[in-house]
Design a protein around this ligand. Structure first.
Ligand SMILES: NC(=O)c1ccc[n+]([C@@H]2O[C@H](COP(=O)([O-])OP(=O)(O)OC[C@H]3O[C@@H](n4cnc5c(N)ncnc54)[C@H](O)[C@@H]3O)[C@@H](O)[C@H]2O)c1
Length: 265
């Protein structure tokens, strides 16, 4: 157990994992708890949130699981009150929820465009809308938004709504950061690169003809390091941005991509 976020009340959205293994939100939740945070584990899938809670409790950490859909304003309101009831404050909002649906402008359906924007962007707008008044009143808070390197560069598998939604998250983060900088509230975005997580297996394997191992090899080959990152890489960056170690960092984007953004192929 460490002390890097000792005593902080932390909301993580998408704190479960879409499949077996370790996703970004699950890893961040576990790491926050390991470093002394008290974590509200928010997930549309209550069983997924509960699994993360059990892992944290087994390791001696403090967490509460909450089934909640962050695309709904009423549900975000409920999330805020659940955090205040459990921990008495909201020090960190970690917005991790996101989905990826492959397809370009012609292939992607209008419904999938709307759904992506709702889950990836509107959810962050809504969580900020409900959390910021409390952080402002407290005079402190940190928001960590999970975007993607796809916000600023194109990938072999085109997911047009996903890329556009992640670019929107950078702008959303910047505007929140500027509006609240003098009020003690920071907001930063993380841009993970190619990470080997259950979400990729669940949502992108079809775009590689169902060949999961082939997908892993192709993605690894794109990385300057020769391998993909993992959920812990994203989580460690989030821990830093959420902690007081980052007290003078706001409005920025942190690449966690093994250098892939530097590469011109
Ligand atoms: N894996 C990568 O290569 C990669 C790269 C860049 C960015 N990212 C980003 O990381 C984030 C996902 O990370 P993960 O590994 O935790 O994904 P995940 O899919 O394993 O877990 C996300 C969780 O969010 C929950 N969820 C989905 N919609 C929700 C909603 N409306 N309300 C509440 N919960 C909801 C799901 O039930 C799931 O448990 C996304 O924002 C994704 O875009 C991933």
């Amino acid at each position: 157990m460490g002390d890097r976020v000792r005593g902080k009340a932390i909301i993580v959205t998408g704190a479960g994992s879409i499949g077996p293994g370790m996703g970004n939100g699950k890893a961040a939740s576990i790491l926050y708890a390991r470093e002394g945070g008290r974590v509200l584990l928010v997930d549309r899938d209550p069983a997924a949130a509960e699994e993360t809670r059990r892992l944290i409790a087994d390791a001696g950490g403090e967490a509460v699981a909450l089934g909640c859909d962050v695309t709904s304003s009423a549900e975000c309101h409920r999330m805020v009150h659940a955090c205040l009831k459990a921990f008495g404050s909201i020090d960190v909002l970690h917005n991790n929820v996101g989905i990826a649906i492959p397809g370009g402008a012609v292939e992607l359906s209008e419904a999938d465009w709307d759904r992506t924007m709702q889950v990836n962007v509107k959810s962050m707008f809504l969580t900020c809308k409900h959390v910021l008044p409390y952080m402002e009143r407290q005079g402190r808070g940190a928001i960590v938004n999970i975007a993607s390197h796809n916000a600023i560069r194109s990938l072999p598998v085109i997911a047009i709504a996903y890329a556009a939604s992640k670019a929107a998250i950078i702008a959303l983060t910047r505007e929140v950061a500027m509006q609240y900088a003098a009020k003690g509230v920071r907001a930063n975005a993380i841009l993970p690169g190619l990470m080997d997580t259950p979400m990729v297996t669940a949502q992108l394997t079809d775009a590689y003809g169902g060949d999961m191992e082939g997908m892993r090899l192709q993605r690894a080959a794109l990385c300057p390091t020769g391998k993909q990152g993992d959920a812990w890489d994203t989580a460690h960056a989030a821990l830093f941005l959420a902690s007081d170690e980052a007290k003078y960092i706001t409005g920025t984007t942190l690449m966690v991509d093994g250098g892939i953004t530097c590469r011109v192929r």
